[in-house]
Write a protein that binds this ligand. Sequence first.
Ligand SMILES: Nc1ncnc2c1ncn2[C@@H]1O[C@H](COP(=O)(O)OP(=O)(O)OP(=O)(O)O)[C@@H](O)[C@H]1O
Ligand SMILES: [Mg+2]
Length: 343
Amino acid sequence: MIRERLARVPGALSIAQGGVLVPLKNIHLPVDGDSRMHTVDLSRPNAAEVNLLLPHALRNRLEDYLAGIRHHAKLVAAGVVIPHRLIMDGPPGTGKTQTARSIAGQLDLPLLTVRCDTLISSLLGQTSRNLRRVFEYAQEFPCVLFLDELDAMATARGSERDVGELQRVVISLLQNIDALPVDTILVAATNHGQLLDYAIWRRFSYRLSMPLPDSQLRQILWKHFLGEYLPEIIDLEDIARRSEGLSGATIEQVCQDAKRTAVLKGETVVDETELFRRLGLTLAFEQPKAVGSTDGEIRWLRAWYPKLFTHRVLAAAYGISQRQVRNAIEGEQHGDTGDKQSQ
Ligand SMILES: Nc1ncnc2c1ncn2[C@@H]1O[C@H](COP(=O)(O)OP(=O)(O)OP(=O)(O)O)[C@@H](O)[C@H]1O
Ligand SMILES: [Mg+2]
């Protein structure tokens, strides 16, 4: 009863940091028998603070899931019981963890996040016991049980470890899910849905595929993450087009970098060129040819977006003369790759 009371304490009282993953004190979270580390994090995400930007169709699916939870009693009375189990699949940084936080926030329930890294204890024999403890704990008070990075657990079968033991981990996971009451709210996320055991997929009645953001959503993400630092004149369509293939998390990172530069320079909005420069360099990281020097950066930016990165703009951005810019660009033609670090 005390645990339940504590879990219901308003977030502001129990966690100074708001919705950050911080274990609540005074509650005995399950620990790994071996390392004594907590196998779960308990947090209280605040719905107003969790910004989740999803395409329309995904938002509807999520609303559907939440409606099923909110109207549980009515559905039970009508004999339509769908367990509140949702699995999300998608590339890194597409907002899966954020969605779990948003679900807990909107339902005003604590979020119990299972840390699969700790859970997959080095002693595998321990894992099944850890898993049972976590699932039992989740039933002690109303909460959202969130199995993050589920693939760590579920794809373990393909690894080099003892196959028999890992088989038991998966079976134990399935058994634990099956033993949950239908009204337990279970959310799972994975980056490698295709590697997940079908038996695990089958246990989740709601499935959300979280894709990389499309051009329209990228525009919204750029605008959102730049916030009040958004330059007055900026071609959002252009930046959305040029950031194709990036996740929401990467767009956020680029915005943070550009905002930091603005703050340190005492400016109130980000500089558009600096924003594109950050974006260009982020994209360069994904190219096979590393951009390991200033000359390399200049050459890359010039080739990536020649219309914006003229000699003059590049000279200003790097605080060098236009002649130096020209030398950097022409350096390549003379066989100097400029990537001294990669040599
Ligand atoms: N659709 C989105 N709406 C709002 N924020 C987003 C979105 N996608 C990504 N982000 C931002 O990116 C950060 C990382 O997202 P999140 O941790 O939810 O990704 P993930 O899908 O769980 O990634 P991983 O698979 O690597 O764990 C979030 O903190 C959030 O700020
Ligand atoms: Mg995540």
